[in-house]
Ligand binder design. Structure first.
Ligand SMILES: [Zn+2]
Ligand SMILES: [Zn+2]
Length: 164
């Protein structure tokens, strides 16, 4: 059910029926009614403030549009980032699983046969993702361990040089 109000427009001085939710004028009180037609004419004539409350009308609307756009962009970029990360994990896991099957498949089957069988299984996609996540963190862990032992070696070497 649409809500209908009756008011006299402050510009064209006509008594009009209108749906308050569809009125373009958002500033000042609803009692200070200006019909949409007159409001459009104000904007067409590049009047920048409301004739009743003097609030800046155009800037306010432009800022709102800009805010909406930047909000949409932010949401889009978050979705893009998430999708990229998911795809990257999936791809990494896919490569690792291929390598594992290539290295470990039994002698009475071929790598191709084994993979053709696996590709059709939905669980393969999930395993790819899990393997991707696992190998990502495992490789970071390994890199840290290698870096640490390398640093230790370097310090020992430096100590030996300085004491000798
Ligand atoms: Zn009017
Ligand atoms: Zn106003």
């Amino acid at each position: 059910m649409t809500k209908v109000s009756i008011s006299t427009c402050h510009i064209c001085i006509e008594e009009l029926e209108y749906n308050p939710n569809k009125i373009q004028k958002k500033c000042c009180s609803t009692k200070a009614f200006i019909c949409n037609e007159c409001w459009d004419k104000l904007k067409e004539n590049e009047i920048k403030v409301c004739p009743l409350c003097k609030e800046n009308i155009q800037v306010k609307q432009e800022i709102k549009v800009k805010k909406d756009i930047s909000c949409n962009l932010r949401i889009n970029s978050t979705i893009c980032k998430t999708i990229t990360i998911l795809v990257a994990f999936e791809f990494l896991g896919f490569c690792v699983l291929n390598l594992i099957v290539y290295g470990l498949h039994s002698k009475n089957t071929t790598f191709k046969k084994e993979m053709n069988y696996l590709y059709l299984k939905p669980i393969f996609l999930i395993s790819c993702f899990m393997t991707g996540v696992l190998s990502y963190y495992l490789s970071i862990f390994l890199a840290c361990v290698i870096y640490d032992s390398f640093k230790n070696c370097y310090h020992k070497l430096k100590l030996r040089i300085s004491t000798s």
